[in-house]
Design a binder for this molecule. Structure first.
Ligand SMILES: O=C(O)[C@@H](O)[C@H](O)[C@H](O)CO
Ligand SMILES: [Mg+2]
Length: 382
């Protein structure tokens, strides 16, 4: 079996898919979505494809080594996402070739179902409460919300109060037998993070995500972690084991590798294993498409130190497209009681509607994150 073609598809709402074809074996699909920056990832996949054409797709690790190291310059979001999409597609081929879901190739399932959370949002506590109640009604046992809007480096008591009020609304709507996480997208300075976390502590969030930016995390995150009993989560903007090591050493509670950003299932599994040695559980980041979610679920089923899975069902990212659009059988992501059932189909366990993908790729997408401003007009983290 030889690789004959590597293709990329930029499709709404904001995904980048990779398809690897073989001469006399199955095709594989993966996802290399890098939100706001997927076009350069597609170009990187084209460069890496030069090496893959004619190669045996089953030698996943051998290819991973060449793809990540042979360019001399390595790592970073663009190259690591390109490798991730390819890696997932190779695992998909391997599973289909051997007639087994990927988690069977990774040692078999360690759990029967995977807990998932859904997103809630809003600037108003009543809106947060409504959405939290609706997700609870839909069976979810955990949700994640964005923290407050643009922040000053050291903001007013009112800004802190608003942040706490939103979280309090979620807790009140959920009761004490459900969980919520809060994602701050690195909006706080370290000084602000310490102040706000103290006030959020009585609400007992499941975790607080990216209270400070990843570039400060290696040397400042410990100060934040040690200031609170709230588990700190981070990792969607960390792409490999060397990147995760300092944040694990800083004492985070939850590691959030993104399997479309961190070199795929291969490195994701190793990051999970590294995290295990720190008694840290993974909650793979995935506000992405169906292939990234499928890859995340395969890892979740084979990983003992797994906590909960992010997913984006029903989120449209300012378009009409969403998670289930490109699946032949969307029931693979039928969440019941806040859990996803174990996929039994071979490979990543999802069947892509190729005609729908090709049609959507004709239009592509130009998804970009918003640019936020502080009160003085300077740039603010979104
Ligand atoms: O944890 C999350 O899902 C968010 O931080 C997203 O990664 C961000 O909105 C960019 O897509
Ligand atoms: Mg996040």
């Amino acid at each position: 079996m030889k690789i004959t073609q590597v293709e990329t598809f930029l499709v709404a709402p904001r995904w980048l898919f990779v398809k690897i074809s073989t001469d006399d074996g199955p095709d594989g699909w993966g996802e290399a979505t890098l939100e706001s920056r997927s076009e350069p990832v597609a170009a990187a996949v084209d460069v890496l494809a030069e090496y893959l054409l004619g190669a045996d797709p089953l030698r996943i690790e051998a290819h991973w080594q060449v793809l990540t190291r042979s360019g001399f310059y390595r790592g970073g979001p663009v190259l690591s996402s390109a490798v991730a999409g390819i890696d997932q597609a190779l695992w998909d081929i391997a599973g289909k070739y051997r007639g087994a879901p990927v988690h069977e190739l990774l040692g078999g399932p360690v759990r029967e179902r995977v807990r998932v959370y859904s997103w809630i949002g809003g600037d108003d506590p009543a809106e947060i409460a409504d959405q939290a109640a609706a997700q609870r009604e839909a069976g979810f046992t955990a949700v994640k919300m964005n923290g407050s809007g643009a922040l000053e480096p050291i903001d007013t008591p009112l800004a802190v109060d608003r942040t706490v009020a939103l979280a309090a609304a979620a807790r009140e709507a959920l009761g004490s037998d459900a969980d919520f996480g809060i994602d701050f997208h690195g909006r706080f300075s370290t000084a602000m993070a310490r102040r706000v976390l103290r006030e959020l502590e009585p609400l007992r969030p499941m975790f607080v995500e990216e209270p400070v930016l990843p570039e400060y995390a290696p040397h400042r995150l410990r100060d934040v972690v040690e200031s609170t009993s709230i588990p700190i989560a981070t990792g969607e903007r960390i792409y490999d084991r060397p990147g995760f090591l300092p944040v694990l050493q800083a004492g985070i509670g939850v590691a959030q590798p993104d399997l479309a950003h961190c070199g795929g299932i291969s490195e994701g599994r190793r990051i999970a294993s590294l995290a295990e040695t720190f008694d840290v559980h993974i909650a793979p980041h995935c506000p992405l498409g169906p292939l990234a979610l499928a890859a995340s679920l395969q890892l979740a089923f084979a990983t003992p130190n797994f906590l909960i899975q992010e997913q984006s069902a029903g989120i449209h990212y300012n378009t009409t497209a969403e998670l289930l659009d490109y699946l032949v059988d969307p029931s693979v992501f039928a969440f019941t009681g806040g859990y996803c059932p174990r996929p039994t189909a071979p490979g990543l366990g999802v069947q892509i509607d190729e005609a729908a993908v090709r049609k959507a790729a004709a239009d592509g997408h130009r998804w970009r994150g918003p640019v936020w401003r502080r009160r003085d007009g300077s740039f603010a983290e979104w």
